[in-house]
Design a protein around this ligand. Sequence first.
Ligand SMILES: Nc1nc2c(ncn2[C@@H]2O[C@H](COP(=O)(O)OP(=O)(O)OP(=O)(O)O)[C@@H](O)[C@H]2O)c(=O)[nH]1
Ligand SMILES: [Mg+2]
Length: 420
Amino acid sequence: MFVDKVKIKIRSGDGGNGCVSFHREKFVQAGGPDGGDGGRGGNVTFIASERMHTLMDFRYKRLFEAQNGADGNNGRRSGINGKDAVIIVPKGTIIRDASSDRIIADMFTPDTRLTVLKGGNGGFGNSHFATPTRQAPAFAKPGEKGFEMEVWLELKSIADLGLVGFPNVGKSTLLSVITSAKPKIANYHFTTLSPNRGIATYGGYSFTVADIPGLVEGASEGVGLGIDFLKHIERTRALLHVIDVSGSEGRDPLEDYDAIMKELEAYGKLKDKPMLVAANKTDICANGENLNRLREKLSAFGIKVFPISAATGQGIEELLKELVNLISALPPIEPFEVEEAYEPVLGENEFTVEKTKRGYEVSGSLIEKLIRSVNFGDNESLNYFHRCLRKYGIVDVLRAKGAKDGDTVILDDMEFDFTE
Ligand SMILES: Nc1nc2c(ncn2[C@@H]2O[C@H](COP(=O)(O)OP(=O)(O)OP(=O)(O)O)[C@@H](O)[C@H]2O)c(=O)[nH]1
Ligand SMILES: [Mg+2]
């Protein structure tokens, strides 16, 4: 079955820990600190590919993890950076944050690269913490943790022209005639089960064509997987409605036209697209009656009907010419708007202080960052933490909000006594 929506889990790498080490050499006493930094954790990066057309591969692989950075080493040697997780998706894939359903990115342009999760930074080794008064720092920083999230990948193919119509009217045959695509063609309904694509060229102008499975009444409500199919022509610039005017299936072409238009209208997003009508299978029409009735009816709406035979090639050139005229005058398809620029790095030094029943709760990206980078089991690291609380103004704000010695201060899930 065609796969156009999957949920995957992505995880960027943790940063490696900084190293605590002191230089040792024969005949040299008490060498200085020489612990290297941890390596950076790998990122999770998406690439849009023009050659991939479904999300099939993601059915079997659902977890994508970047590598962790390696710990720092002695001799000021940094740990190796973790390898990125690179995820290749078909162009037109939309990435949504599964927890909020917001669009993070539209992988619209082929070969775009987008980093969705950054790896954690490596922790500094102890050689970073040497100062004139602290020549032998016995601590280093742990690496920052990576990030994890679930995302929906949703493929919304992009094509200049979408082919619509009842099953078996000859959509795939037409695609095979105007492009080099080789879709399955057969004399039964629902031969096409997933969208086919091709590139048509006429008079030096090229446009992409998407052929979808046949629509039936109720498609816009999901009958015959209709919604899944219609979704695939949302991102087209124009539609070509293919109608069988031979009456070979005992249906009336005028009723077919109305039925399909009703579905497009009910689905909503497609009803305002420019559309041409191709009256197919003219080679086996008993007479021109159906064609004339269709023409008459549609001319009242200002819609031109192109009689063709996908089987013999008759009328195809005129149709192509008109399609080029139509499409080349239309504006390009726009990518989906990103609803929230996803910012995986804790970039800003932000915090808020709120007085609650429990005490003074301090939160924000700065706090998360601090807590990630401090080793609470180590006195020197703890001192560093206290200095940071002062340096970033957290102590000032606490005081301004009325905190006094002995009051409880809550950072993340840790409680402290406030001391000046
Ligand atoms: N005589 C004649 N037969 C045609 C013509 N176009 C298509 N056919 C035949 O009609 C049948 C259906 O063609 P397809 O191209 O598979 O139709 P489709 O609209 O893609 O059908 P679904 O994928 O099932 O929706 C096949 O047997 C084709 O050979 C035509 O112009 N004339
Ligand atoms: Mg088909």
